[in-house]
Design a protein around this ligand. Structure first.
Ligand code: IMP
Ligand code: MG
Length: 188
């Protein structure tokens, strides 16, 4: 694939990603059941499941993950932009689309591609919590070590990876490489 010339290595092959996504999908489904979420009766007001996917990076992950979850669920997409650097730490994230406003009493699963500084997920968790959902859990495909100044602990993590810039499976560099089916390290 022509894309691959720009990579120094493939960190995670597509088959391993698929296997892990399959596992997480089942884990999430089982946890919903265990938590008493009546996932078979979406008419019941306390059983509404809402996936909130952070665009654009989580696009591929979410598309695969939801097909591993035999659950009646709603999907909402949110777009955020993060300011690079740390000078605006407390306000480092700006919503580019509004969050859904009807999350009270629902079971929310927030999904992003990668946890790096934690800014994005911390900000979204805060905003979602204000609406008093019945539960809020967070899922990321990838997590980088140590750097997070902000303490964000996702319930579901696909892979812990080294502190390198990765692309593929939804993750981009300058808008490119999202369509590579595995996770690759960009050649610098
Ligand atoms: P955080 O707010 O610092 O946790 O950043 C999370 C966001 O930064 C992700 O949603 C990605 O868009 C982006 N990001 C962080 N690390 C990488 C990477 O290695 N490759 C591609 N995007 C990244
Ligand atoms: Mg992103």
């Amino acid at each position: 694939m022509a894309l691959q010339r720009d990579f120094s290595s493939i960190l995670i092959e597509r088959d391993r990603v698929a296997q892990r996504v399959h596992e997480i999908g089942h884990q999430i489904t089982n946890d919903f059941r265990r938590a008493g979420v009546n996932i078979d009766d979406p008419q019941s007001p306390d059983s509404r499941v809402v996936i909130i996917a952070v665009m654009t990076g989580a696009m591929v992950f979410v598309a695969d993950l939801i097909r591993e979850m035999p659950v009646k669920l709603h999907i909402e997409l949110v777009a955020v932009s993060s300011y690079p650097g740390t000078s605006v730490e407390s306000k480092g994230v700006k919503m580019k689309t509004a969050l859904p406003s009807d999350l009270a009493g629902t079971h929310v699963l927030l999904i992003d591609d990668i946890l790096d500084s934690g800014q994005t997920l911390h900000a979204l968790q805060g905003l979602i919590s204000q609406q008093k959902p019945a539960s809020l859990r967070t899922c990321v495909l990838l997590r980088k070590p140590g750097k997070a100044k902000i303490d964000v602990k996702p319930e579901y993590v696909g892979f812990d990876i080294p502190d390198e810039f990765v692309v593929g499976y939804g993750l981009d560099y300058d808008g490119l490489y999202r369509n590579f089916p595995g996770i690759a390290v960009l050649r610098v």
